[in-house]
Write a protein of this length. Structure first.
Lengths: 352, 352
DNA sequence: AGGCAAGTCGGACACGTGTCCCCGTCAAGG
DNA sequence: CCTTGACGGGGACACGTGTCCGACTTGCCT
């Protein structure tokens, strides 16, 4: 029994040639329709459009690029895809780039793989590469040097002080100064550090800000600031903050205010202090850093520092997109984003 | 004064031809070195390798693909890049794919943009497309149908019950059943729902599990289960949970156990109950869903349901990679991942 | 010096695309 | 009927790559 009406054969359409055969027109004609060239009968255009809807055919982007079309791809190297602020930056950046017509290629730039990741991006002829996070210094500087000689624009978000790098980063020092200023105004003169390690590595690091704040308020760093970070191993931030708080509870000269390196540590510390029967902010004040969602979920809510992530990403995107067609800048561009103090319920006047 | 030693001219190397000129060899010779063909003098190989290190040249991946090389790219459509479980899935998937030699192209599949996103992926000739999240039903089904006719493999993670879709999703019903079983064993007979809305849409949805648990424990759904979701508008999950808890505190017949739709709502509810002076789990039991980090940061820690994200992603990756070279499967593959009850401090025996 | 093999060179092709150009077709108008 | 103009057909090219193949240049051995 022969089938009276043959079902559409499962044609595999891989090229405009295949597609033109399917439509029943010449490849050039189809191409002209697809690219909106004039001098075509409405009927022909309709015919192609209909077939397009039927088959879902899409021209091969690789061949287009080969013909000179830009790739419209941006490579994004992430230090990490696990910490909320980093993911937030990625999310916003991806959205901004998409709005401007670029697609995002995302890879994790872990130590040792940096070379391969960047080479992979370059082989795909991305138009620029964005780095988000803090990386192994020599490795990323070597990559950035490569990119510069190759004329591929880049921007580094958050890793301040890299040689020859276009950078957009938060002024964490100013953020810390604002925090300490706020606490100073509440009467606090002694500060416990939670995970903020010594040795300032740049002029916008947290520790630099703490030192500057001490100077500007006439306090002696060594007497006003206490750190017990040497007592514990930092693995999970929450547990680390909790352990540090527990140690501070037993400390003979307990500070009245505590500065968390980030929100997780601060939340852990909050838990540690509360478990010891202390009330926050009655018995002590506590601050975090980053203004993550979690700050608003604790009881009391956490005083913290907002990263102005939208601004950061907007600046970074603008910086990278403005560089696209142009030759490499001789001098790297460095931009600093101001931090914003967010006052929660975890800070209060010192108890007299 | 002529410069005695000319600095290397800023040659722009865009192709193997350029590169070969730079090395001083024929393009074909260079190509043979790059592809490890035999019959080459060690000296020549060295020469090319050195130039490769100097210039950082990488063959154009688009041209390679045009010559028949696979693209090794996987498109990933995200519902959302903001909720922690979704990001966690993306992160693990990206890592698994990278390990297997694939790079990830990530786009947000928001309502209305679906068509463009998928077409963009197809124009780049991705080898497969992964969807993570819950989407507009008709839109995604249309896309999946397109992919099937085009022979591009796909897998949908988390959106269960789509027609013709290869799916990997968590058995949320079983998760809810486990939660209720746990609470039942503790003596609880009345349950308050926090954000778990009515109308089961599939056999593995939370509500289906709740109904099944009621049946298996001989409880009447309408009398044992209370919901106040109609009283509040759900915008921010934490605030929503908090508001629901506040309403339940005033409720004449307050249940003894509360089931949060997710962890944020549960944490919000915890805060709401605690603000009203209630102790958890002394006065009531409370559960979340998803086992996010936040569950371990609350006081008490939260009883919740783990999504087995690693297993989910491994299954999905295996499913998609196993389909790559082969013809389209006639029957969609549907896999269900078991949920795992995580018992925290927020659930306890009912107060007598 | 001659011979021979090991290397290298350079031309050619295909991949899918947009565009240019010329030719064929067809219908309308004279 | 012929002319004209509008439109589609089809060949050609370039883009960057890997590979094949014939021709050329080495350098070594006899």
């Amino acid at each position: 029994m022969p089938t009276p009406l043959k079902p559409k054969p499962p044609v595999v359409i891989r090229s405009t040639a295949d597609f033109a055969r399917y439509v029943g027109l010449a490849r050039t004609t189809v191409s002209r329709v697809l690219n909106g060239q004039p001098g075509l009968k409405p009927k022909t255009i309709d015919q192609v459009q209909r077939a397009l809807a039927e088959t879902g055919f899409t021209p091969n982007a690789h061949a287009l690029h080969l013909k000179g079309k830009r790739t419209s791809m941006i490579g994004i190297c992430m230090e990490d895809l696990a910490t909320p602020p980093a993911v937030r930056k990625l999310s916003i950046l991806q959205h901004v780039l998409r709005t401007r017509g670029f697609s995002s290629l995302i890879e994790v730039f872990s130590p040792g793989t940096g070379r391969d990741v960047v080479r992979h991006f370059l082989s795909l002829r991305v138009e620029a590469i964005v780095f988000i996070g803090h990386f192994h210094r020599e490795e990323i500087e070597a990559r950035l040097a490569e990119l510069t000689t190759l004329g591929t624009p880049h921007v580094v978000i958050d890793h301040f002080g890299l040689k020859g790098a276009n950078t957009v980063s938060l002024d964490r020092a100013a953020g810390m100064e604002a925090v300490i200023g706020h606490l100073y105004d509440l009467g606090h003169r002694t500060f416990g550090l939670l995970g903020v390690t010594k040795g300032p590595t740049s002029r916008i690091d947290r520790m630099t800000g703490i030192q500057a704040a001490m100077r500007s308020h006439g306090l002696e760093f060594d007497t006003a600031v206490t750190s017990l970070d040497h007592l514990h191993e930092r693995r999970n931030d929450f547990d680390y903050g909790r352990a540090l708080a527990t140690s501070f509870v037993r400390h003979p000269q307990r500070p009245t205010a505590f500065l968390g390196y980030n929100d997780e540590i601060a939340v852990g510390a909050l838990r540690g202090f509360q478990e010891a029967g202390l009330k926050v902010p009655r018995d002590l004040s506590l601050t975090g850093f980053n203004n993550q969602d979690i700050c608003h979920m604790t009881w009391p809510t956490l005083t913290t520092v907002d990263q102005n992530i939208e601004t950061t990403i907007d600046e970074a995107a603008e910086l990278i997109l403005s560089q696209l067609g142009k030759p490499v800048r001789p001098k790297p561009i460095v931009r600093t984003i101001p931090a914003k103090l967010i006052i929660g319920e975890s800070t209060g006047p010192v108890r007299v």
